[in-house]
Design a protein around this ligand. Sequence first.
Ligand code: 5AD
Ligand code: SF4
Length: 452
Amino acid sequence: MGKSVFIRTYGCQMNVYDSERMAGLLKPLGYGVADTPDAADLVILNTCHIREKAAEKVYSELGRLKRMKEARTKAGGDMKIAVAGCVAQAEGAEITARAPQVDMVVGPQAYHRLPELIARAARDGGDILETDFAVDEKFDRLAERKADGPSAFLTVQEGCDKFCTFCVVPYTRGAEVSRRVDAIVAEARALAAQSVREITLLGQNVNAWTSPPPAGAPGEAWGLGELCRHLAKIDGLDRIRFTTSHPRDMDDGLIAALGEEEKLMPYLHLPVQAGSDRVLKAMNRGHTAEHYLRLIERIRAARPDIALSGDFIVGFPGETSEDFEATLALVEAVGYASAYSFKYSRRPGTPGAAMPKQVAEAEKDDRLARLQALLERQRQAFNAAQLGAILPVLFEKTGRHDGQLVGRSPYLQSVHVSAPQSMLGSIAPVKIEDTTPNALAGVLVGKGEAAA
Ligand code: 5AD
Ligand code: SF4
């Protein structure tokens, strides 16, 4: 019987991508993917360190796994536990001290070494800690990419040099590194050959991506706009998305590409975090609210149907109620199709953690509730505005009801449609007839495929 690995993924889409790649890496070693940890030979927690709650979850999960491992050992079996991802990077030594049941700790830039770590753990026992930064090597050593469904993530950039004062990412993921064009194209082609229709280019600061052009192409350095136009030439790939963008790196080339390249979907995640210039400065965002609003105007001029999404933090140290009102005013001015909002979480080692005037928890709760109510109204208004529209939908999975498929609109909304199973993986026009709190519902119009 083959061995099995269970991978639990926390946090962002890049962790989802990394987990998939870890599974791919372990397959040649005979590991199948298990749906639960119960019988798995290897359990990997791919962790997130962005907020305190995310990091805490890892330790409680490790508690559960410890009991499972003890029971397994008693029964004469074995179970190895690995902690991967950003908690591994940030708290490696602490994990091995606090949780001796952990066999391997592997940072986000070192998981390509998992096969050797597993071999070492089996041979030597003891804890193994691997948290070097070597992004290039990581990508070079990954196994062939296997697609899972018609939509796939593809990491093109990792790390962050922006050092927002609240954020751990520059410390856990390291400096900004871009993958080379040829490696990205090869991975995109491999996905397209497996019937992937949509790729989402991932990066902590994806629009900081830059690379020399491929051999024979003009120019000294390409930006994300050129990369997207280049990937759009791949037959079979019909939709391209990218996330997460930083306002400071939203250059003219990328804005023009959004306006001109139809395969680029009209949806942009462009976090601003706060609406008060004083808070933006304390956060070291490198832009003002006015700069962000003008940028949105330029993007909308290039691509009038673009849907916007953002991230917000309430209760950053020193945020007054007037500062918070400025966030609400900015949200009113922009009008978001969707958004994520969080209470500020004090992260050890970041400048924000040491700042005076930390905001009381109850005040943060209150601000978050008000902001989320406004963002939810905007989301519902955006969804309601699609009623009667005909949208191209990419069918990704079967729905809960018989004969139902679930797909995505260009604006990333889930769309429920009665459609034959055979349409899974295809794009077809759907007339939107209803909205529920978290999805749209519609009917197929005509036959065949719509231009996405
Ligand atoms: N507290 C709360 N939210 C945070 N984020 C990043 N760091 C923190 C923190 N310390 C949020 C930001 C970022 C998103 C991924 O997580 O909004 O854009
Ligand atoms: Fe964190 Fe700021 Fe970098 Fe985004 S830009 S990853 S919020 S430091």
